[in-house]
Design a protein around this ligand. Structure first.
Ligand code: DGP
Length: 110
């Protein structure tokens, strides 16, 4: 298995897990860009949002909402990001949603 995030799901690479259910795993980003920076990924591999099954996106978003509440972000707000492809800044080719919060976000993003 040469997908980094599939290896994290398999437990071959450690991660700081914050949430898990039948469909998704969420863990803290190794290079956090905000006080809270969690990655939410589907357990079933998809390279990017372009080949995601609709159910994956629903499950990921529902998990992100729960984690945001658990992390105390619901009141002030947070950002969900899915980088896609080269110009979108995607470096890991396993679909993932970034949950960022705990500071004010800039717009437009860099
Ligand atoms: P993206 O650039 O959107 O593909 O985001 C990939 C993210 O994955 C990036 O913010 C850093 C994070 N990351 C890369 N390798 C690891 C790892 O081994 N463990 C964890 N926790 N995060 C990782």
């Amino acid at each position: 298995m040469n997908c980094l995030f599939c290896r994290i799901i398999a437990g071959e690479i450690p991660s700081a897990k914050v949430y898990e259910d039948e469909y998704v795993l969420a863990f803290r980003d190794i290079d956090p860009q905000a006080p809270v920076h969690v990655l939410v990924i589907p357990k079933k591999h998809a390279d990017s949002v372009l080949d995601a099954e609709p159910e994956m996106l629903v499950r990921m978003t529902e998990a992100a909402k729960k984690i945001a509440s658990d992390e105390g972000l619901a009141e002030k707000g947070f950002r969900l990001v899915i980088n896609t492809g080269e110009e979108g800044g995607q470096s890991v080719k396993h679909l993932h949603m970034h949950l960022l919060g705990g500071r004010s976000m800039q717009w437009p993003p860099g």
